[in-house]
Design a protein around this ligand. Sequence first.
Ligand code: NAD
Ligand code: UD2
Length: 307
Amino acid sequence: MARYLVTGGCGFIGSHLVERLLAAGHEAFVLDDLSTGKRANLPDSVPVTVGTVADPAVVETAMAGMDGCFHLAAVASVDRSREAWLETHHANLSGTIAVFDAARRANPRGPIPVVYASSAAVYGDNPNMPLREDAATRPLSAYGADKLGCELHARVADGVHGVPTTGFRFFNVYGPRQDPKSPYSGVISIFAGRIAKGQPITINGDGEQVRDFVYVKDLVRCLTAAMDAPRAGAPVFNVCTGVPTTVNRLAEVLASLSGRALERTYGPARAGDIRLSIGDPSNLRAAFDVTCDTSLEDGLRDTLAWL
Ligand code: NAD
Ligand code: UD2
């Protein structure tokens, strides 16, 4: 049994991770500023420090005595990173450096490992599908640039300060507890929420854009496997399925699973929308013997059941 700090643990992905850690018999502690996360996403028994990862003193205190840290706290929104460039930078990059820095001193036995969230946003509009981890990174947003910055500072954490790190480039994650009401919500939570209520959806552009949708419970298996695995050299892995799904097909599957007629209108393409985003999961599988293999249908069934 180990003691883990989960930053962003009250959020969508973090709350699933905490659930998995508790089920495995570990102790989970959460640091979250509740900006998008909710206390109610976690059992009452989980200790939550309400504060920001951008404050090094808060992070230092929250991390004292831990055996490892899962760092998921971030302003997880490209739009928000455009509106509030410097503010999101403080949370997304300075906050990550604060986490790596505190990991140096958290435990008298030595630096503790940090498993952290990067994003497929680091690839930007690289057209070489499926995207491998060695593909060129050319982020198109402050959000993507800061996630790439996290990966660079992870190398510093490892090479200069002896803090072992593993980074994960999440593709499009979905599942229960992804807030359909948030203006920054992903397409699945928006469509699922509306279709289940018999409301129309708007497809941006022709709907033939492709995404690699990852079910959240598969993703958290990758995170816990990485915490337990030996690592060297601040590795970074895609978390993806390698399976392409168009936005049109997604809408059709959701309508069919909800037993509703699909009412869709086609609007203008979203400015800067990426046409293709598919990851190569080979390195993930080879390193941790995990696959994100929940079918879209099964994952969507779970998501709809939660609504
Ligand atoms: P989320 O918004 O549900 O979770 C983020 C959590 O971090 C929330 O609980 C929020 O309150 C908290 N938080 C935000 N700023 C904070 C700060 N300064 N200090 C402390 N807590 C703070 O989003 P999510 O989808 O669960 O994202 C988790 C991680 O995964 C993020 O790092 C995000 O960038 C990354 N990610 C998510 C996706 C996706 O498809 N959902 C894709 C790529 C990467
Ligand atoms: C995701 C991430 C983003 C960044 C990026 C990296 C989310 C919410 N966003 O953006 O943070 O990491 O990947 O590449 O996870 N769509 C519609 N109708 C709607 C909503 C969306 O057609 O009502 C389309 C949208 O135009 C896009 C697709 O659905 O083509 C997926 O949109 P998204 O916002 O869920 O995710 P994405 O890939 O743009």
